[in-house]
Ligand binder design. Structure first.
Ligand SMILES: Cc1cc2nc3c(=O)[nH]c(=O)nc-3n(C[C@H](O)[C@H](O)[C@H](O)COP(=O)(O)OP(=O)(O)OC[C@H]3O[C@@H](n4cnc5c(N)ncnc54)[C@H](O)[C@@H]3O)c2cc1C
Length: 529
């Protein structure tokens, strides 16, 4: 039997949260970073707008706190919001120390971007590829650190729990599939960090890369960690609508700099929905677009930048300009066709203010966590900030975590599983989930739609469970299993919320209840994955 790999800290995921944690924790322990694909295959790498922080003389912590609370629609935890906002300038300083380049004006001050629902310019950025710049700097630092071992193409399968050995459900590592060899490795750690990012791939249309299949939420749920607010999925209002575009985001910053939303007939419409017009918060804009598309039967609406100075647009948004131009759209002259798409998961694995979950030894940081910062709707550019703040705090917290470990750790059991000869089942189930989640659990929900989704996900989960037992695990099968579980958790959370609040809008309960409550969901029906 192969010996388990031993480390102090096992980090699952290599975005801003995972890598910043790894670098800080490596100062006091050995770190293994396991990541599904390459280190740079992350949501972080795709972030365009930037990081929100109070850095301008006309801004204040109070303003950033109020903007966050107002977007969160009654569900933010004020204490957590204040903590993140106050940590913001220090985390920006850390990014600079890590070698991240940030845009500055001629006099050397930060060039601060304006984004939807912010009342001040407060978003530090590097051109329109801020995430790529942060990811680059973090990867360079990780490669130089002697205490960090990186395992690329290693996908975590399940967390190791003392409950299997008759103890409390403390976590002591994970089973991790080496995608190249097919071997499932056992990695034991004093603290296990889930930094697995978002769940965008649960929906048909998303701004997220392929890795965003909600694995962290699914794994945490399976060992009994509390999860919450999973019904609050942010649909970004403006993803490029073009058959060759894949998932390409048209950043909120374009509206921040004066871009105006119009129908196919060239009429503005946001004034009919919100006083802040095109700069209203994302939920308002996404619902407005959804409504306009349902009314007109059009496939998309348009974001017009053509009235702005062409040189400014090219200089401020070089990546978006080039990408659109490669598809035949000159954004300085033509409006950009856009549609809403699943973008950011506000809920996730419940944590305290240092990233600790309800399971001892298990931490969750970044987008997979539910910290209380975002409430019912995330304020733009607060998520990279959250990734930095909580990874920094978790790196402090894990120093004191006691080591849990059974005397003998069971290796992964391959059982009588064989190689799959029916991979089409995986791709068909995957496609079906994403389609009905888009139709029934999208921007506008209803009891009937959620019930339809519930019935379908139950059938599919049964099929996937059977398949999982019979065949050897592959990355695709693991992702499908997680995607189906997360879809189920989202549907259940949405069914329980009998009101419309923030990102959750249902035709059957269009009003807000007087009291704002979080939804919480936890494993109650035995070890069904
Ligand atoms: C197009 C786009 C633009 C955005 N723009 C902004 C912005 O301007 N400002 C802002 O604040 N936020 C923005 N966001 C959101 C922000 O980028 C993310 O919330 C943030 O980067 C999440 O960081 P993370 O470290 O939590 O996860 P990620 O960066 O997504 O990293 C997750 C990691 O986990 C790995 N992983 C997942 N499952 C497993 C598994 N089972 N085993 C091993 N590894 C696994 C993935 O491969 C990946 O390495 C944007 C998001 C997108 C998609």
């Amino acid at each position: 039997m192969p010996e388990p790999l031993e480390t102090d800290y096992l980090v699952i995921g290599s975005g801003i949260a995972g890598l910043n944690f790894a670098l800080l924790a490596a100062e006091h322990g050995r770190v293994v970073v396991a990541t599904k694909k390459k280190l740079a295959d992350t949501n972080t790498n795709w972030a365009q707008g930037g990081v929100a922080a109070v850095l301008a003389p006309d801004d204040s912590f109070e303003r950033h706190v109020e903007d966050t609370l107002s977007a969160g629609d009654g569900l933010c935890d004020r204490r957590i919001v204040e903590m993140c906002v106050e940590d913001g300038p220090r985390e920006v300083e850390r990014l600079i120390q890590l070698g991240v380049r940030l845009a500055r004006d001629a006099s050397g001050h930060f060039d601060l971007g304006m984004e939807g629902a912010h009342t001040r310019h407060r978003v530090v950025h590097y051109e329109d590829v801020t995430g790529r710049e942060i990811q680059r700097a973090l990867i360079a630092a990780v490669h130089e650190h002697p205490n960090i071992t990186v395992l690329e193409s290693h996908i975590a399968v399940d967390l190791l729990s003392m409950a299997k050995y008759g103890g409390d459900p403390a976590c002591f590592g994970a089973y991790v599939l080496d995608a190249a060899s097919g071997e499932v490795k056992t990695i034991c750690a004093r603290a296990t960090l889930l930094a697995t990012g978002g769940t965008g791939k649960v929906w048909l249309y998303t701004s997220n890369p392929d890795v965003a299949t909600g694995d962290g939420v699914a794994m945490a749920y399976r060992i009994g960690a509390a999860c919450g607010d999973l019904e609050f999925m942010q649909f970004h209002p403006t993803v490029l609508y073009h058959p060759m575009a894949g998932s390409f985001l048209i950043s909120e910053a374009l509206r921040g700099e004066g871009g105006v939303l119009k129908t196919a007939r060239g009429n503005t419409f946001m004034e009919n929905y919100h006083p802040m017009k095109s700069l209203a918060s994302r939920d308002v804009v996404a619902r407005a677009i959804d409504n306009e598309l349902k009314k007109s039967g059009d496939d998309c609406v348009y974001l017009d930048m053509s009235h702005l100075d062409a040189a400014f647009v090219r200089g401020r948004f070089p990546n978006i300009y080039e990408r659109c131009l490669s598809l035949g759209i000159d954004i300085t002259k033509q409006p950009i066709p856009v549609v809403p798409a699943a973008h950011f998961m506000c809920g996730g694995i419940k944590t305290d203010d240092r990233g600790a979950t309800t399971i001892s030894g298990l931490y969750a940081i970044g987008e997979c966590a539910f910290t209380g910062l975002h409430g019912a709707n995330r304020l733009a550019s607060n998520s990279l900030l959250e990734g930095m703040v909580f990874s920094t705090r978790a790196a402090q917290a894990v120093r004191d975590v006691p080591r849990h470990r059974p005397a003998q750790v069971a290796a992964w059991s391959y059982g009588s599983a064989t190689d799959s000869n029916d991979a089409i089942v995986v791709s068909l189930n995957w496609d079906e989930i994403r389609r009905f989640m888009w139709s029934y659990v999208g921007i506008v929900r209803s009891d009937k739609r959620l019930e339809r989704a519930r019935r379908r996900i139950e059938i599919l989960r049964d099929e996937i469970r059977e398949y999982y037992i019979d065949f050897k695990v592959t990355p695709d099968l693991l992702e499908l299993r997680n995607l189906a579980l997360v879809a189920h958790l989202i549907i259940e959370s949405a069914r329980r919320r009998k009101e419309s609040r923030g990102l959750h809008f249902t035709l059957d309960y269009p009003d807000k209840l007087p009291e704002a409550r979080h939804s919480e969901i936890q494993l109650t029906d035995g070890p069904r994955g």
